[in-house]
Design a protein around this ligand. Structure first.
Ligand SMILES: [Zn+2]
Ligand SMILES: [Zn+2]
Length: 296
């Protein structure tokens, strides 16, 4: 069959790639796109497998809608994330076995997908749809965040994410005085308490790779759930996390023009001669006893 669809088109519209790509290093993204050219490359399969549930999941209401509209049913990409069991459109719980007889709706390798909204034993999968009054606490925001990432995927990359982390965490007192490093131990503890209030299972979020979320180090399969929950912890939502762009250090606008020298005894005083700058952090020590304050 001749088709005008490119690999990029397929990735953007039919896979969860737009959701993952903002978190990948530039090199990793390139490697991934190239590996797709090689048929059956194990490497490119792995990147999706880390995010996809073992069983194919379906929303009963989507099954019904698809069948009425197209005469067959489809598996939806956002229903397959391992950490999300709800339809983002219908507020329903996803199913992977027949609610009536418990037979799996697809086999594990995904080769046998449903084409009609009936299980192997002929039970209708659309007749007993369970609608939720509301999503569990963190889920609603995660669903919004996923949509935010999918529609802003091309504008967000790992560098921007790190820049925002350092700025927002610095504002909230997690910055080290001597450097741009983040007080990761304290952050982990506070984040862990936050997860407890959300009743989120911690092992899936704060894993052995947690520290790499905040560094430039490339990670083959960055923990998407951990990122989304960290954005929530810091800024309430991913949208807020990226829209609040006021830095905690003085932001010198060097974008297009040189800046004037502000040193009155310099012969270039008030002349636009400054092209670059570097940031330095000076230690500020607070002693709890009175009269022992330094550098205040
Ligand atoms: Zn649905
Ligand atoms: Zn059945």
């Amino acid at each position: 069959m001749k088709s005008n669809y490119t690999i990029e088109y397929f990735l953007e519209n039919h896979t969860i790639f737009p959701l993952i790509s903002p978190f990948l290093s530039y090199q990793r993204k390139q490697d991934f796109q190239q590996s797709l050219m090689i048929k059956n490359s194990l490497k490119n399969k792995k990147i999706f497998m880390d995010y996809i549930a073992k069983e194919i999941k379906y929303c009963p209401k989507c099954l019904k809608d698809d069948y009425e509209k197209y005469g067959e049913v489809y598996s939806h990409r956002l229903h397959q994330l391992y950490f999300l069991d709800y339809c983002n459109k219908h507020q329903t719980k996803l199913i992977y076995v027949c609610p009536e007889c418990g037979v799996p709706l697809s086999n594990n390798d995904g080769k046998e997908l449903l084409t009609r909204p009936f299980c192997k034993n002929g039970h209708s999968l659309t007749s007993n749809t369970i609608y939720l009054k509301d999503y569990p606490k963190p889920i609603k925001r995660i669903i919004q965040d996923i949509h935010f990432f999918i529609s802003h995927s091309s504008n967000i990359n790992k560098d921007l994410i790190l820049e925002r982390f350092y700025s927002e965490l610095g504002k909230r007192g997690y910055g080290e005085n001597y450097s741009e490093y983040i007080q990761i131990k304290r952050l982990k503890k506070d984040f862990s308490n936050y997860l407890r209030t959300l009743e989120v299972q911690q092992d899936n979020v704060i894993d052995s790779q947690f520290n790499t979320l905040l560094t430039k180090r490339s990670n083959d399969a960055p923990n998407l759930l951990a990122y989304l929950l960290l954005f929530q912890f810091i800024s309430d939502s991913s949208e807020d996390f990226f829209s609040n762009t006021v830095g905690y250090s003085i932001d010198i606008p060097f974008k297009n023009e040189q800046q004037p020298c502000l040193n009155k005894i310099c012969k270039y005083y008030n002349k636009r001669i400054i092209r670059t700058y570097t940031k330095r952090y000076y230690p500020v020590l607070n002693y709890s006893q009175p009269h022992h304050k330094l550098w205040i």
